[in-house]
Design a protein around this ligand. Structure first.
Ligand code: PLP
Length: 407
């Protein structure tokens, strides 16, 4: 494992900033963005970063400077995006189960609105039909991923069912709705381009029915490697095929549309490293546990999704490999990895978790009243602290002094 990022030893950063610590390699984010943009051979495309993966302002700014737009799912993500410098028109808001009131606030901020249910569509048609919108279509396909992350199946709460498109057509016509975009995000991994292209056809069929359509947003589904032998989406092959089909579709309808994607994980997952220090080595009758200064409060993916994150001992990169079960300090079962082969771990050694860029810090909590970790960005060969470690003041912030009630 590479323990150096842009010439900086991860081990040194662990000592400098303390643990637990998130570290992000800007070069990797730039590489991923360029890989995808180079693969798209169409006149107009847009890559919107799905920022729920990692919302640190400096990460948002890095992606903005690369030319990305932003995919947001809450009003708060919009505000972070605006703070990072995104223009409202470059932000798309794709919420689910939010109130009309929140949608209206997003409209006031000037961002693009992606509508995921008939009720909101009808409301906007009656009260805000001057606002151009996009509709999120649920194509009811389910391939790859697992039930928790797959969001395109028939029982999924996301999107407007493909079977309700005739109703959408009627509403658009009678209420004079400006439907400028069609969107899908199935949550399924793009395993082979052929399967994805079939789903794309469903979206083309929808787009054909609306003459104001300016863009088609295919969501995400880009898979990255979590293990060395993992499958990953072949971006070059996929880009070529979707581009070819997209260009054909544009000439078929006689209009130049914009092709859009909104990856989260693909852009930031591999850029991230999570560092934690070993507090204890505990030998039981069957297992050697390495207990670290973190838990599912900082990185919940292994416990929540059964996600695999590679774990390496960066303090002892040449030690003899042994078998460890790496666990956290939360007073619940929080196992990061069972029976992992890791170079010999001693108390005080720093372990690095790979693929810690996406859905790690952004899903972190204060459970067990622990502080959320600091975040560091490595950019142009230099390390920058981009979020301070929390303090006890953060835990108490906003709480009423009990003295004022119980005195
Ligand atoms: C979460 C999300 C994404 C990003 O998914 P990844 O698997 O991280 O690429 C894209 N679009 C929408 C609407 C999402 O909710």
């Amino acid at each position: 494992m590479e323990t150096y990022i842009q010439g900086i030893a991860l081990q040194e950063l662990g000592q400098k900033y303390g643990t637990p610590l998130f570290i992000y390699d800007a070069d990797k984010i730039i590489e991923q963005y360029k890989k995808l943009s180079n693969a798209l051979e169409v006149p107009n495309y847009r890559i919107n970063y799905a920022c729920k993966a990692l919302t640190n302002l400096s990460i948002l700014r890095l992606l903005k400077d690369l030319g990305a737009g932003l995919d947001t799912v809450s009003l708060q993500e919009i505000l972070l995006g605006l703070q990072a410098g995104f223009k409202p028109k470059d932000i798309i808001y794709t919420p689910n189960s939010v109130s009309i009131d929140e949608v209206l606030q997003a409209i006031d901020l000037g961002v693009q609105i992606n509508v995921d249910n008939i009720e909101t569509l009808e409301y906007l048609g009656h009260h805000k039909n001057e606002v151009p919108i996009c509709v999120r279509v649920n194509p009811h396909i389910m391939a790859g991923g697992n039930q928790k992350i797959s969001v395109g199946h028939i029982d999924s709460k996301f999107g407007i069912s493909i079977h309700q498109i005739p109703l959408v057509e009627r509403l658009v016509k009678t209420l004079n709705i400006k439907l400028e975009g069609v969107h899908m995000h199935t949550g399924s991994d793009i395993v082979d381009s052929g399967v994805f292209l079939q789903a794309a056809e469903i979206l083309f069929d929808v787009a054909r029915r609306f003459e104001d359509v300016k863009y088609i947003d295919f969501g995400s589904g880009f898979k990255v490697k979590y293990k060395p032998d993992d499958f990953e989406t072949d971006i070059v092959d996929f880009g070529r095929q979707i581009s070819k089909r997209f260009n054909e579709f544009c000439s078929e309808i006689g209009r130049d549309l914009t092709l859009m994607f909104e990856p989260g994980k693909f852009l930031v997952s591999e850029s991230g490293y999570f560092l934690a220090k070993t507090n204890i080595i505990k030998q039981t009758t069957s297992t050697v546990f390495a207990g670290i200064d973190s838990g599912f409060n900082h990185m919940i993916r292994p416990m929540f999704y059964d996600a695999y994150h590679e774990i390496v001992n960066i303090s002892n990169p040449n030690g003899n490999p042994r078998i460890y079960t790496v666990v956290g300090y939360i007073c619940e079962t929080d196992t990061f990895g069972w029976n992992r082969k890791i170079n010999e771990i001693k108390v005080g050694d720093i372990l690095a978790f790979k693929n810690a860029g996406a859905y790690c810090f952004s899903m972190a909590s204060n459970y067990n009243s622990r502080f959320r970790p600091a975040e560091v960005l490595i950019y142009n060969g230099k390390d920058y602290l981009i979020r301070e470690r929390e303090t006890v003041e953060d835990l108490m912030k906003g709480q009423t002094d009990p003295e004022s009630i119980f005195a």
